[in-house]
Design a protein around this ligand. Sequence first.
Ligand code: GLA
Length: 376
Amino acid sequence: MIDESKYTLRVSAAGRVNLIGEHVDYCGGKVLPAALSLKNTIYARPNGTDKINLSWTDIPARITLDIGRLGEYKDVKYADYPAGSAYFWQKAGHPIVGCDLVYDCTVPFGSGLSSSAAIEVSTIAALAALAGEPIDPVEAALVAQKAEREYTGVNCGIMDQYASACGKKDNAILLDCSTLAREYVPILLGSCVLVIANCNKPHSLVTSKYNERRAETERARELLREKADISCLAELTPETFARIGFVLDGEGKVKDRARHVVEECDRVRRAAGAMKRGDVDTLGELLNASHASLRDLYEVTGVELDTLAAAAQAHPACKGSRMTGAGFGGCTVSIVERDGVTDFKRTVCRKYTAKIGYEPSFYDCSIEDGIIVTAL
Ligand code: GLA
């Protein structure tokens, strides 16, 4: 347990669940994520030196970063995300105060719930708070994204860091990833609740496959621009794509990838409308359609996520279920009648374990604020 009296600040940033709008943020699409009560918390105090001392509540490592050499920790296990965040925050012109930072992360690693974004954003928020600077959550998100892309090599979009920084209790964020315009949409699911389940697939090579998908969408955009005046794939309607998609014939999987992006953007639009009307049935159907597209067109699911989503979708209390995050492993999000949740978990667990050979995990969590700073 942390002795809070020894620190001056407690700063946290959230993990996130994405309700719908998967693999569209880097194509300029809209997404619908929400910040979770699973989060990374940092206990912080200034230490009067030119060093940042990192430690963790659940990892025995202790690592010291030299504030003058923050660019040099890319290959240091555990330190890469904190150091990368501090490095790009410094490069953005912000002062860095020597400090002791203790990390306490309740977002499971590799779960697709953005533990990395929670670590990055909370690091930046802690450094800003220690330096007495006001925190602009959008700037924190953009710098955290830069750290993830340029320090750790994942060519990610803005969704995770944005949700981690700007999330709002009991709301989803309808975020336009091309303009960063946002709208908070209250998560009103009537008699239903969100259930998040982890397929617990052992570590997979998400980074290389992620970057490969992203390159495929870039290729699609370049070719489609010959027929339509677009700056990003999200600007295409399904109708336009049906007319001009032939330019992708002969490009292997590229046409399927682009079709997913175009149709997923359309589903986000309809899902946001359904959420605002409280139309949970339609929202659930859109979640199911999103999963099918990620499985068949975008090919980022795998047998574990497919089995978990199918078991969920087959349960009578479930309105809809899909993978959330980058995929290739990680979590599903399901909309489930509150009264049926216990049976839902039991049945899904039984079916999944029978096929895959090990159990999934279910997380008890709620939708909360993104960055929270508390003076101790
Ligand atoms: C990861 C990335 C996000 C987004 C999702 C897929 O979580 O960090 O930017 O692309 O995958 O929707």
